[in-house]
Design a protein around this ligand. Structure first.
Ligand code: FPP
Ligand code: MG
Length: 287
């Protein structure tokens, strides 16, 4: 049985679970490419990831997830939080069987991703123009669990955990940079959620940080006024045009591409084409 099948089996008693839209399963795919015998470990990590998204949608007050109504929108915040706790605690119960090295690696990542989410919330209270703070936050919020997935799978397969961890960390950071870019470049239909929503939620993601660096005083002020505002079509276009004028999208995209290059370099001696394909897909994707 593959990891999605194992998850369905684990959570078959919970009717609301059936309404959770399956994602790309990147973490699970990475784990099972590195160790094809680690389907159960992949199910554990994917369950933790799903739990974190259930909680994240409550925190972000998101109505949609992956193109369908989010669990919080459909059943309310309490159900979403508790369903998240069910997935999370069952995952930890199962994690124990993998031994302390793997269990520590994965649980430390959950500790980090929770800190990352808290930092994200705090950074969203006012405009953040500090790139280091943004990079720290996305490392914790997104890359830490991807890093731990690769590291844990390498331990399970008897491979060099540090090299696979570095691969995971770099594609994880690139993944979030691209996620933040897609929020700007894609339309609502492709994203399965409203576009240019991050700025409205208070999130000054990398493209906005770079834009603030290059705008003149007048335009800076104009951009400040759009922060946390429900943007109309012309305001969205203004931001997009300014980003195009200064090559901001390309700059962020190149940065993500560099990270992917380092990721592939870290594990090139193992010659695993599937991991190179996933790394490329992290940057070259539409949603
Ligand atoms: C999505 O970010 C959120 C995360 C990757 C991490 C969320 C972590 C927690 C809520 C901590 C609690 C953890 C557990 C295991 C219960 P985003 O809002 O930028 O992405 P989105 O656009 O997909 O919502
Ligand atoms: Mg969110």
């Amino acid at each position: 049985m593959n990891f999605f099948g194992i998850m369905d089996e684990m959570f078959k008693d919970f009717e609301e679970y059936q309404d959770i839209q399956k994602g790309k399963g990147i973490r699970g795919k990475l784990i099972t490419i590195i160790d094809p015998n680690a389907q159960k470990l992949a199910a554990v990590v994917e369950s933790i990831h799903l739990a974190s998204l259930l909680h994240d949608d409550v925190i972000d007050e998101a109505d949609t997830r992956r193109g369908v109504k989010s669990i919080n929108a459909k059943y309310g915040d309490f159900t979403a939080v508790m369903l998240g706790d069910i997935l999370y605690s069952r995952a930890f119960y199962e994690l124990i069987e993998f031994g302390s090295e793997i269990a520590k690696t994965v649980s430390n990542a959950v500790y980090l991703l929770s800190q990352g989410e808290l930092e994200d919330v705090k950074l969203s209270n006012s405009i953040n123009l500090d790139k280091d703070k943004y990079m720290q936050m996305i490392y914790k919020k997104t890359a830490s669990l991807i890093e731990a997935s690769c590291s844990a799978a390498a331990i399970s397969a008897g491979l060099d955990r540090d090299k696979f961890a570095l691969y995971g960390k770099n594609i994880g950071i690139a993944f979030q940079i691209i996620d933040d870019l897609l929020d700007i470049t894609q339309d609502e239909k492709t994203l399965g959620k409203p576009n240019m929503h991050d700025f409205y939620e208070g999130k000054t993601t990398l493209p906005y940080i770079y834009l603030f660096e290059v705008l003149n005083e007048e335009d800076k002020e104009k951009l400040m006024k759009l922060y946390r505002k429900k943007l109309d079509k012309s305001e969205k276009e203004w931001i997009r045009n300014k980003m195009d004028e200064f090559g901001i999208i390309q700059k962020c995209y190149n940065e993500a591409k560099e990270l992917v290059k380092s990721a592939k370099n870290a594990i090139k001696e193992f010659n695993i084409p599937a991991l190179e394909i996933i790394a490329d897909k992290v940057v070259d994707r539409e949603f």
